[in-house]
Design a protein around this ligand. Structure first.
Ligand code: LER
Ligand code: MN
Length: 270
């Protein structure tokens, strides 16, 4: 398993659960100094970061890019894959498609979390799910051509009414033609929605393509009441070999959250 930490470069969401918020280079330097294998990037758009600078930082500091988040499309532009307006859905697909290109240049998959949106009021669930299925299938095929998976993230009930738990997400995934979608196990969302996080990992381990490493209160692991022992055991049992990426609040500050995260990673996974 490989360690990763989040860097958000989106001023509009400064209160969100991302560890580093400063400029890209400072954050990469700090992540590398702590020994992280990779960084996960949350950017305003696919063109917001200079890719040659990112490549250079990645080589200089020997750190990979493990995934790119797409949520800025919703936060800044109000785009989702389930918007009742077909034009908005098309722009959401375009936004994610560009993020797939951006990430793929670093062999990093794009994550669809909040861009899945919600079943809109007045729209039948089956219709909205059809919109989501069409959009995601197209994007998954595109990602496949680029040699990366597409990561879909079940979110807790306060963020979406689409798929809150793994069982629901997988029942829906099985109806799609694509085999290029992996699920994101965000331990914060799972703590709210799953009856048991370890049992979910044992049951659906083969679907997991990425992990968001967060304690029950969305602080760095070890700062809440999640029982990490059983979760780590389950991840080892399924031979998970992807990234364990800290998507947590910078509490009490970014540096302390980063230190706590790498200590927790080394405790459970090294
Ligand atoms: C995105 O990875 C996520 O978990 C969302 O809850 C962020 O708002
Ligand atoms: Mn997450």
């Amino acid at each position: 398993m490989k360690s990763a930490i989040t860097i958000a470069l989106v001023p509009q969401i400064k209160s969100g659960p991302w560890v580093f918020w400063e400029n890209l280079e400072d954050s990469v330097v700090k992540a590398a100094a702590l020994g992280f294998d990779a960084v996960e990037l949350f950017t305003v758009s696919a063109t917001a970061v200079d890719t040659s600078l990112l490549q250079q930082l990645s080589e200089t500091y020997r750190i990979r890019i493990c995934a790119v988040g797409t949520g800025a499309g919703k936060v800044i532009q109000g785009l989702t894959l389930t918007d009742p307006d077909a034009g908005v859905r098309a722009r959401a697909i375009e936004f994610i498609s560009e993020m797939i290109d951006f990430g793929a240049a670093f062999n990093a998959p794009a994550i669809i979390g909040s861009m899945q949106g919600n079943i809109p009021q007045g729209t039948e669930r089956t219709i909205a799910l059809q919109w989501l299925s069409e959009g995601i299938s197209l994007l998954a095929d595109k990602a496949k051509k680029k040699g990366v998976a597409l990561i879909y993230e079940p979110l807790n009930r306060y963020e979406t009414n689409i798929s809150n738990c793994f069982a629901d997400a997988i029942a829906w995934l099985k109806m799609l033609d694509t085999n290029n979608i992996k699920l994101l196990a965000d331990l914060f969302h799972m703590n709210i929605e799953e009856a048991s996080i370890p049992e979910t990992i044992y049951q659906y381990g083969s679907y997991i393509g990425h992990v968001h490493f967060a304690d029950s209160n969305r602080r760095a692991m070890g700062m809440g009441h999640t029982n990490m022992n059983d979760i780590a055991k389950a991840l080892r049992y399924i031979s998970y070999n992807g990234y364990i990426s800290a998507e947590v609040f910078p509490w009490p500050n970014s540096d302390a959250a980063a230190r706590q995260t790498i200590n927790a990673f080394n405790t459970w996974f090294k």
